[in-house]
Design a protein around this ligand. Sequence first.
Ligand code: SIN
Length: 497
Amino acid sequence: MAPQKMALSDVKNRKLLPGKGLINGEWVNSSSSTSTFDVVDPATLDVLATLPEMDKTDTAHAVSAAFEAFKTFKKTSARSRAKMLRKWSDLCHENLDDLALIMTLENGKTLAESKGEVAYGASFLDWFATQAEMTHGQCVPPANLNQRIVTFKQPIGVAACLAPWNFPIAMITRKCGAALAAGCTTVWKPAGETPLSALAQAVLAEGAGFPKGSINVITSLTTVAEVGQELCRNSKVHKLSFTGSTRVGRLLMQQCSSTLKKLSLELGGNSPFIVFNDAKMSTALDAAIIAKFRNSGQTCVTANRVFVQSGIYDEFAAQLTERIEKLKVGAGTEADVFVGPLTHSRAVEKALAHIEDAKAHGGKIAYGGQAMEGVGPGYFLQPTVITGMTTEMLTTREETFAPVVGLYKFETEEEVIELANDCDVGLGSFVITENMARSWRMAEALEVGMVGINLGMLSACESPFGGVKGSGFGREGGTQGIDEYLVVKSMLINVAN
Ligand code: SIN
């Protein structure tokens, strides 16, 4: 019997699907327009939900609500905020199956990955609950003995959190969990492709006790430019956090300049994945599969340039191809699927263009290379392995963001450092080696924000996440994540008699 297709009607807790935006504690349609947009399952192309297309007027209302709420929310104790964050995390775990299904349907990732992301997303709430009570200031030794100097940290104000579609829950909790822990109020702008997960998070956060106005959610797909502009230019917003492309990050930064907002930008990556001759083959293969094929190749730290040292290049290519041939492709709701659809039709087109470009420059397709037939009407691509990659190819400069792995050959450590750093962005990187001294040298030499040694994933709430160069600035998670939403104030006291 064919497996039963799962749908949004299988979500048990119907409250998780409010179907509207959230402003000042009310679930609302747009106040100025009747426009709507469809949320589409990228595997089946079925319409999952139709949501209000909110605009700049709605955004201004949401900001004003957050601004008013900040006046009282900033006075709440860190302990009370920590309690609400922990309760929110508990609610994520209680609703794990429903949340995972919603995410798989709107994003396409497999149910196993979605369940992992719900837990990962909740871990940020627990982490920032702890961090909320750790935002200590300092007692500074004064040069002038008639003075005493202390510093303390205060929430910056209203935080606008613009989240991407590739991690629809974890990027909300990584940003908004930190902001709320700090005592900021928030306006969330989830991606138009995956707003349902964010709305479900807002329902849970409300249930955890966050007061009205502290969380506002704008739903928008085609109005994203005007919504973004309002968040950037509105002087009541003091902080903006964005995850997305370098192009949009630059634009937001320009738009924020008139109000001089504090910014965190986690932008495009082009992660090198470097395998040395001394690597353990099984570690290299496991890590490569995770780093490249997790979320169908759509993580910000996806292995985009896989450099393999010449002594093991052929063996690695052969074994990787063998493993990839066995990966099951299909809708994320189906059993045993490892590679789901891409979230956009544009993503398939871009990946196919990169594959054609590699072929035109002499690359060899060891496996795949085409759109996937017969698994559904959605945006499926064959998992693909290309050998003989060279630096002239498009993939060297641009992230492919799809389940396509291209293998470059290198000879020496010095050469691969130069190749890896010859890049205008620097987010993640991976090094596979059994030589501990080399792992330290590589970690220090790579121009990136994060280095994974002998693993294929950089996800941990306690580890700061972010990049250098065109990958932006600011850190999410770690002990640094909450500081992005705080300002340091110094107080100087005259103690002279
Ligand atoms: C990202 O791709 O930005 C998030 C990846 C992760 O946190 O695992």
